[in-house]
Design a protein around this ligand. Structure first.
Ligand code: HEC
Length: 141
């Protein structure tokens, strides 16, 4: 009887340790998203709107407080891309292209901080420029 009790206690403790490990792992994931996760978060999917479109829409509606929250995440993701691993390609080129990417997400975030609809529209347009998407995808995707 006692032995069974020990086994239960040991199992519960092991489960506790396991869930701690899982929580720590997901916290790290949040800190360092992969390039794939960043792409998914920022760009529009078939049914979902990415962070960039969300920011643009909120800005158009002059919902600056909500826009600021989304733009903050957008900027963090933009900055994180340079630290993420590209699927392939030359590290120097990755450094250069991710720097431009981060500058563009920063410009969006700054336009929101200034509550400037014109600057926001221009920054979103620059971010969504298909040429930049293609250039980086050709080299690194
Ligand atoms: C600085 C480089 C870079 C730029 C700029 C860039 N991407 Fe990407 N993108 C990548 C890389 C690298 C991948 C591959 C990620 C992987 O699968 O590991 C990717 C993957 C994607 C994917 C596939 C995500 C998935 O679910 O697998 C989409 C969609 C995408 N990019 C959209 C865009 C759009 C739209 C733009 C322009 C607004 C853009 N990307 C600009 C680097 C970039």
């Amino acid at each position: 009887m006692q032995r069974k009790m020990y086994r239960i206690v040991a199992t519960v403790m092991a489960m506790g340790i396991m869930s701690t490990v899982a929580i720590t792992a997901s916290a790290e994931d949040k800190k360092a998203p992969t390039s794939k996760e960043i792409m998914k978060a920022l760009n529009d999917g078939k049914t979902t709107k990415g962070l960039c479109t969300q920011t643009a829409t909120l800005g158009k509606e002059m919902k600056w407080e909500e826009a600021a929250k989304v733009a903050k995440e957008l900027k963090e993701m933009g900055d994180a891309l340079s630290k993420a691993e590209p699927k392939k390609g030359d590290p120097e080129s990755w450094k250069k292209l991710t720097k431009i990417y981060a500058e563009r997400t920063t410009a969006i975030s700054e336009a929101v901080d200034k509550k400037d609809p014109k600057a926001l529209e221009a920054a979103v347009k620059a971010f969504k420029d298909g040429k930049t998407c293609m250039e980086c995808h050709k080299a690194h995707k």
